[in-house]
Design a protein around this ligand. Structure first.
Ligand code: SPD
Length: 283
């Protein structure tokens, strides 16, 4: 019998992926973490029945969540990742030579363990600048004493342990944990899933209240609900579309060579073009 992984994200509408077998399944104190071997997407990690990443399409999410923010900051040296236990965001951060320290705060050690074993090509766990900390990301930010230049929120969906990552209190703690020109990026769900609209609105309202600069941008990720994904960039000053930022994008990408598969100069700017129905969510 042909096996499939099914994720319903809008009543009876969903995603079906052909799978060969279940490689890992663990109910942790926080969530159900699973990894499947799929027919065509490489290995696939899900949390509580929601796709987190597949080996074949993860590059889109990780490149877009990372480089838009890192190039917006004039000198990103200290970077904090909240969540991101698969290591893909850390891998993209590590491409930036200026970065001196990467702290990744992943609440669930099972995500890191499963990723190292079954998604070995994804994470940059060997980078000497990376510290992996297993703690509640919200408490970590709240108690932080040494501010970061860039914070990246690479959490899961707004149910279970990641719910608090969509609340104003959390973005207030992040504001206090950022340096003077601090930049933050966050994953903010699919604009095609109305049940997430209130979470999206809550985040953008909080960013609007707290930060000087605040924008939504989009990426196209086939295994996420409806394929369209939104992200937020917010900062205390630096703007993602300023001439300085665009110059940094150009110079930085020259150094990276051909290593990226999604992000480029045109994508950086184009990602901020929002279709009307998406802009309307933020009204
Ligand atoms: N429903 C998909 C939400 C994905 C958010 N994070 C994915 C983690 C990949 N590093």
């Amino acid at each position: 019998m042909a096996l499939t992984y099914n994720e319903f994200y809008n009543e009876r509408t969903g995603l079906t992926i052909g799978v060969k077998r279940l490689l890992f399944s663990e109910q942790t104190p926080y969530q159900l973490v699973e990894v499947y071997e799929t027919d065509t997407w490489g290995n696939l990690m899900t949390i509580d029945g929601m796709v987190m990443l597949s080996e074949k399409d993860e590059f889109v999410y990780h490149e877009m969540l990372t480089h838009v923010g890192l190039f917006t900051h004039p000198k990103p040296e200290r970077v904090l990742i909240i969540g991101g236990g698969d290591g893909g965001t850390a891998r993209e951060v590590a491409r930036h030579d200026q970065v001196k320290r990467i702290d990744m705060v992943e609440i669930d050690e099972a995500v890191v363990r499963a990723s190292k074993e079954f998604l070995p090509e994804v994470g940059a766990f060997d980078d000497s600048r990376l510290q992996v900390i297993h703690e509640d990301g919200i408490k970590f930010v709240q108690n932080n004493k040494e501010p970061y230049d860039v914070i990246i929120i690479d959490g899961s969906d707004p149910v279970g342990p990641a719910e608090g990552l969509f609340e104003k209190d959390f973005y207030t703690y992040c504001y206090d944990a950022l340096t003077e020109e601090g930049v933050l990026t966050a994953q903010t769900e699919s604009p095609w899933v109305p049940s997430y609209y209130s979470s999206i609105q809550k985040v953008f309202q909080a960013l609007d209240d707290l930060y000087a600069v605040n924008k939504m941008y989009l990426a196209y990720i086939p295994l996420y609900p409806a394929g369209m994904w939104s992200m937020a960039i917010t900062s205390k000053g630096p703007k993602p579309l300023s001439v300085d930022t665009l110059n940094r994008v150009q110079q930085g990408l020259d150094q990276f060579g051909d290593d990226l598969n999604y992000y480029n100069e045109a994508v950086h700017s184009g990602a901020f073009a929002l279709p009307n129905f998406v802009a309307d969510i933020l009204q």
